[in-house]
Design a protein around this ligand. Structure first.
Ligand code: T4K
Length: 374
């Protein structure tokens, strides 16, 4: 990890996107110690049970199944649904969304996004539906909801499964409902870089009890009551992860408020810079603001890569998520041409946020960006 020893750096240590946050660490150490002393460390333990109940309450969804990480959770979900054929998916996402399709023998069909939402454009989705299409996999990018209603209508009209990669969207809302109960199921990542995490972890939330039962079997080698019922795998969440996840979940309102506060500080500091725009959704839906996303457009004085380079030397370790978009990465080249996605991916810069970044530091970052870009 870059500890940033460059002489002209403003921040020592450097500021990261996705610095893991753990409020009230001492209290967590005690909880973890109790788990370690209990002798029960994995395999459907009490921490996991309690965590799943807490998560289901928070997401207002009847079933939550916790697994090793978000990628495996999505794989297990696709396996449970026994899908075959083509899945319509955005390319402007983390590669895991698309890789899992390949691992399950499904063919990703890359779809254009709507620049207003950075999520699947339902009109573009419809043009890609063919007899081979079996599902639509939407991504609530940056925590902002897809156009869920429009995607539901398409899924219903063409009898397709609708799934969501909600890796970024814990605590976000769509039309006053928490993300987590839409489509056949949704996947959330609980990776350490997420504002709500379990070190490594992922969950599937669903309203279907049949699907939930199958997911529970599949994450545990296919076992149910000591009998092998399905061709499962090992995707179980361990007790330490569940304990850490429960601890963090109890701070959800505080962490959401702190994300929002930091977004507002950035909003104040970055107003009126020609060609530099803080991405925000114009709908009434509530996002968790876990990513601070800048768009550096052609009328800016610098381009995205120049700004990124200067910020790196100053100790602001901004990220160029998600560039290249997945369809331009080596394994997927020549599978699609997506001009809007390609333009957006080349303009996006994600800035540090979370509890480890203080107001004063955000003001300094904004001042720096203003100096560079005006
Ligand atoms: N779908 C979507 C839309 C996703 O964004 C993701 C994951 C997934 C699916 C898959 O979910 P998981 O299987 O991961 O549960 C990071 C995360 O590893 C990844 O979980 C996340 N998305 C993605 C957006 O970000 P990288 O390759 O950027 O990670 P890395 O190691 O470069 O770390 C990012 C920053 O965080 C760096 O500045 C360093 C800092 N960091 C990281 C870790 C792990 C720390 O300060 N401490 C740490 O412990 O993928």
């Amino acid at each position: 990890m870059n500890t940033n020893s460059e002489s002209n750096a403003l921040f020592h240590p450097a500021l990261h996107v996705g610095q893991p946050q753990i409020p009230e660490q001492e209290a967590l150490f005690e909880k973890v110690e109790q788990v370690l002393r209990s002798g029960r460390l994995s395999n459907d333990g009490p921490q996991l049970h309690a965590y799943e109940i807490d998560l289901a309450k928070t997401l207002q969804t009847p079933h939550v199944i916790a697994m090793t990480n978000g990628t495996l959770a999505l794989m297990v979900l696709l396996k449970a649904l026994q899908l075959q054929g083509e899945v319509i998916v955005p390319s402007f996402t983390f590669p895991a969304t698309v890789h899992v399709l390949n691992w399950l023998g499904l063919r990703p069909v890359f779809c254009e996004i709507d620049p207003q939402t950075h999520c699947l454009d339902p009109r573009a989705v419809e043009t890609l539906i063919r007899p081979q299409t079996c599902a639509i996999l939407g991504v609530h990018l940056w925590g902002g909801a897809c156009e869920i209603h429009e995607l539901e209508q398409l899924a219903q009209a063409y009898q397709l499964k609708l799934l969501f990669d909600s890796a970024h969207a814990f605590g976000s809302y769509y039309k006053q409902h928490p993300i987590g109960r839409f489509g056949s199921a949704e996947m959330f990542s609980l990776h350490a870089t997420k504002f709500m995490h379990s070190i490594e972890g992922g969950i599937i939330s669903t309203t279907s009890s049949e699907l939930a039962d199958e997911l529970r079997r599949l994450r545990n080698f296919g076992y149910q009551d000591s009998v092998i019922e399905s061709i499962g795998i090992n995707a179980k969440m361990n007790e330490i992860s569940a304990c850490v996840g429960r601890h963090l979940l109890s701070f959800l309102p505080t962490l959401l408020a702190s994300n929002r506060q930091r977004f507002e500080w950035y909003q104040q500091g970055l107003s009126d810079i020609s060609g530099v725009h803080l991405f925000q959704r114009d709908s009434q839906d509530v996002t968790n603001h876990q990513y601070i996303v800048l768009l550096i457009q052609p009328d800016a004085k610098v381009n995205r890569d120049q700004l990124w380079q200067i910020l790196q030397t100053k100790g602001v370790l901004a990220r160029r998520y998600f560039d290249p978009p997945v369809h331009l990465s080596k394994p997927y080249q020549n599978q699609a041409s997506l001009p809007l996605t390609e333009t957006l991916a080349s303009q996006t810069l994600v800035l540090p946020t979370g509890l480890s970044v203080q107001q004063r530091e955000i003001e300094q970052i904004c001042k720096l960006i203003r100096e560079i870009a005006t």
